[in-house]
Design a protein. Structure first.
Length: 473
């Protein structure tokens, strides 16, 4: 310590840091030492650094509570920085609320990738999410690999440019390599799109995307648990959750929905049905004969993105039926019923799903609704919306390379056996032709007038002719 005298008094300072510990003013010839108590005199005589070290490098607030008589008023907050404290107890700084405001759609697009704990039946392990900062509208896309992010961003940018004729101004995402790579950065730079990255390992800077992931995952998990469906159906539940969340008001949008903010019209809720419930799609157009059943019990997988209808899973034939003519029983769920077994245990293997061939449809980009949307007729309560579409049936044999594969390998690496009840499809025979032929009446003797006389000599092949013989005189 050092003591410095002046005409008005003296000051006691810490010699290394030059921090003033005690100040005593004098009005006469003497220099009185002002102190409230002996303990305060002892605490003041010691430096702040020494007490910080003695008490195990506590925070400044804890040090003030421990030694209330120590004068901290003359010590600035940043004048005492302990290197050992920073190395051993460094904490993250608090985040301030974001003040950025979007005025038009697609001014800021938030993006993130989530890793699923289980692989879907079609081999999806991740999903990509895009959030419009202005409308809070959400787009989700299942991924088999994180490298597919660039492909889906190109499609998303083309969708925005074509359907809304609006520019995509900036992309806000985390520091993942699926976004911070040469291909995507070059594309953004070429099209004048600003890339805004969060600091490494600082997910709160991409908070809107993180909160959206939590909302989608909570809804997806709840849908699966309520329907009794296993985890590999998370892609179907995710598509349904995205469809629902876009049509519900959120905290930021108030009473309006993201769908209304983006498309300018109020969404219709008449076509919504409970995910995973029992349903009966009409199959009269594909029935093998007139006495066959016109429907089959199915489980609702959600809403088709490229049809105005529902996606129904036939648990017996393992087909996904897309139809608008569907009757629902929202009080029953096939996956919770013993009538429709959904799991089977094979000796030496883990419990696997009995339905590995249920294809899924990747969520496509919804087209803007018409200016005057039609209202479903009251006479067709089972239909989603009036449409001229009848129905379509998806089977694993009809899946193209652009459609998710129907094969599924469990997490243990074993390939599941086919169910014995899944017999190959029966190909219908064509109707017999009315013409009477020789084979039909049993005539096998050859007809002499059709016998042709041939010689054993054959002409040489042109490629075998010698150059001299093949040349013209």
């Amino acid at each position: 310590m050092t003591t410095k005298f002046d005409p008005f008094g003296f000051s006691i300072k810490d010699l290394p840091t030059r921090t003033e510990i005690l100040r005593c003013n004098s009005s006469g010839e003497l220099y009185p030492l002002a102190s409230s108590s002996p303990s305060a005199m002892v605490a003041t005589a010691l430096t702040l650094t020494l007490w910080h070290q003695r008490l195990g490098h506590p925070r400044r607030r804890s040090l003030q509570k421990t030694l209330p008589n120590l004068d901290f008023t003359t010590t600035k907050e940043n004048s005492h920085i302990c290197e050992s404290y920073q190395l051993g107890k460094h904490v993250r700084l608090p985040f301030s609320s974001s003040v950025s405001v979007s005025y038009v759609p697609f001014q800021i697009i938030h993006a993130d990738v989530w890793t699923a704990p289980v692989q879907s039946f079609s081999g999806f392990k991740y999903y990509l999410v895009f959030i419009d900062d202005y409308s809070h509208y959400i787009w989700t896309f299942p991924l088999r690999a994180k490298s597919d992010v660039f492909h889906y961003f190109l499609a998303f940018h083309a969708y925005v440019s074509t359907q809304f004729q609006l520019p995509l101004i900036s992309l806000q995402t985390d520091n993942g390599r699926e976004f911070d790579n040469h291909a995507l950065c070059s594309y953004l730079s070429t099209h004048g799109i600003a890339l805004r990255l969060s600091c490494p390992y600082t997910s709160p800077q991409n908070g809107k995307a993180e909160r959206t992931l939590r909302t989608l995952n909570d809804c997806t998990r709840t849908l699966l648990l309520h329907a009794g469906m296993p985890g590999p159906y998370w892609v179907e539940a995710l598509n349904t959750a995205t469809h629902i969340v876009n049509r519900r008001p959120c905290h930021t949008t108030g009473n309006a929905t993201p769908f209304q903010f983006l498309f300018g019209t109020t969404p219709s809720y008449s076509q919504l049905r409970t995910f995973g419930c029992l349903c009966f799609p009409n199959q009269a157009a594909t029935a093998p004969h007139k006495l066959a059943a016109r429907s089959t019990p199915c489980a609702l997988l959600g809403y088709s993105t490229d049809h105005r209808g529902y996606r129904c899973l036939d648990l017996h034939s393992r087909r996904v039926i897309t139809s608008r003519h569907v009757i629902f029983d929202e009080s029953q769920f096939p996956f919770l019923s013993d009538k429709f077994p959904t799991t089977v245990t094979t000796p030496g293997r883990a419990t696997i799903s009995e339905l590995p061939d249920s294809p899924v449809i990747i969520q496509q980009f919804p087209a803007p609704p018409p200016i005057s949307p039609t209202t479903p007729s009251a006479s067709t309560p089972s239909a989603s919306t009036p449409s001229n579409h009848t129905q379509s049936v998806s089977s694993p044999a009809d899946i193209t390379p652009d459609t998710p594969s129907a094969s599924h390998t469990p997490l243990n690496g074993n390939t599941p056996d086919r169910s014995p009840s899944a017999a190959p499809p029966v190909i219908p025979q064509a109707a017999p032709h009315p013409m009477v032929t020789r084979s039909r009446v049993g005539t096998v003797k050859p007809n002499p007038k059709y016998a042709l006389v041939t010689t054993n000599s054959t002409n040489p092949s042109p490629s075998l002719l010698s150059p001299k013989l093949s040349a013209r005189p």
